[in-house]
Ligand binder design. Sequence first.
Ligand SMILES: [Mg+2]
Length: 225
Amino acid sequence: MDKEWLKVFSWNAIETVLLDMDGTLLDKYFDDYFWEHLMPEEYAKKYNLNISEAKQQLLSRYKQEEGKLTWTDLDYWSKEFDIDIPALKEQVNHLIAVHPNVEDFLQFLRKENKGIYLVTNAHYKTLDIKLKKTEIGKYFDSVICAFDIGLPKEESAFWGKLAGLLNFRKENTMLIDDNEDVLLSARDYGIKYLILKARPSSRGGIRTSEHFPAISYFKELFNKN
Ligand SMILES: [Mg+2]
């Protein structure tokens, strides 16, 4: 499908909506702040480094795990760095925030009787902290994390396993995610309606995509019939 479908599609064609959490429904500023500022501070303190050394070491470790399940595995990183990461996240949980129009969009989907699923690479402990803080968990038929499937969303095989679990039909399914690699893997599997959330962080820029239609805010989706 070309990118123009977003202007003309009908919600009647959609049965199931799969939604990413970080950067899509929730402001990615929290995650960026945590991994790029708070972690380097803690790490520098613990290992007697200056901040730029700490940043450099952490970034190169993060990079090695990118696109893998370990990337979001808080237990893995806690052990790796000998820092209690869930406890550290709790300290800054006031920064966890829902993007504009998200609750209206979720209520709209409920009213339209769509199947609504939160599908995230986030670790159970991150999910707990975020759903407790934002209270959006009540809108979902179910919450699936990549650790349940055993693969990250960047792997095409993830989507076949997910379909087996949720029984969705790929030709009637929409996925919204701020990660283009995830959308590409979902496209390989055959999910038909794919949308890039183009503004993951309230303090970052707007992304564009060659392959997928993009939205900055959810109100662009639910004002149509
Ligand atoms: Mg995301």
